[in-house]
Design a protein around this ligand. Sequence first.
Ligand SMILES: [Zn+2]
Length: 360
Amino acid sequence: MPFLIDAHLDLALNALEWNRDLSRPVAQIREAERGMSDKIDRGRGTVSLPELRRGGVGLVVATQIARFNERPNQFPGAGFNSPAQAWAMTQAQRAWYEAMVDLGEMTQITDLASLENHLTFWQDETSLVEKKPVGYVLSLEGADSLIDLSYLEKAYGYGLRAIGPAHYGPGRYAPGTGLSGPLTPAGRELLREMDRLGMILDVTHLTDEGFDEALVLFHGPVWASHHNCRALVPHQRQLSDEQILRLAERGAVLGGCLDAWMLAPGFTQRKSTPADFGVTLATLIDHFDHICQLTGNARHVAIGSDLDGTFGTEQSPSDLDTIADLQNLNGLLKNRGYSPEDVAGIFSGNWLRFLRKAWD
Ligand SMILES: [Zn+2]
């Protein structure tokens, strides 16, 4: 089974805010949620650590995620009422990842040596895949929780390696999806500090203005961890052709996202079903095709599924039951004419090339 890397999973969010024990099989997690209705995706989760192993997903980029909400009356439930509370949530999430490491479920990847060791261990066929820890690179989705920039160095110290300054709505460092406008002064300072520390910039969720500014101000490695094409599904959350070309010029890799509304035009969250819109794993390959045609090669596409990023099977490709089904992309890509080398790049080679260069 080919090794697979998924560059965007909100594992700790699921563990702590959805109260999911991700060390269990998905079937057990669904069973434990039977009859619950506090969240739309109850009983429909697709991700857990045994399921990642079953799908050969041996390395993930795993998030810390917590927003600050300055106007709780205007945006109810959109985040914590102070940056300190958001920081505390990210620290709880970090503690969960570290508990998974202690239990042998996960292992943290922070540099070239830990990356190469992990790959060697994962490819060793004499040890059982069920016993292998899932590797994770720690990323921060939305930077609101960094109380001030002194917290960035602290976070680097515990292994934070990538940051997407923006998320949804207003942000202390950058406005996010659904808004327009430039980075904040603190956001510009954040990029300078990330450069100094050699961190990766995730452009996902930036506004168009923020994207432009970030690419000029930031000189380090850039990726788009979970992003599809605006040309196929028009929305500001998606990348325009011009943005895709600029990212490719920077050596970026773009993680294809499996959130159904980002795959098929007209899909409405909480109303449409993936089956009605014909959303399958093959739909993601339409987005890959578009990027490959634009850039002239398959070196910039890979996977950043965002599965269980606050949605479940009700908003994922209809032929995906759990994240282990990502392996079916192998046959689907070959059927579309992708060479074995291109498929290997999409499964892991492109992210690995990126990380090796970023951390060299
Ligand atoms: Zn996201």
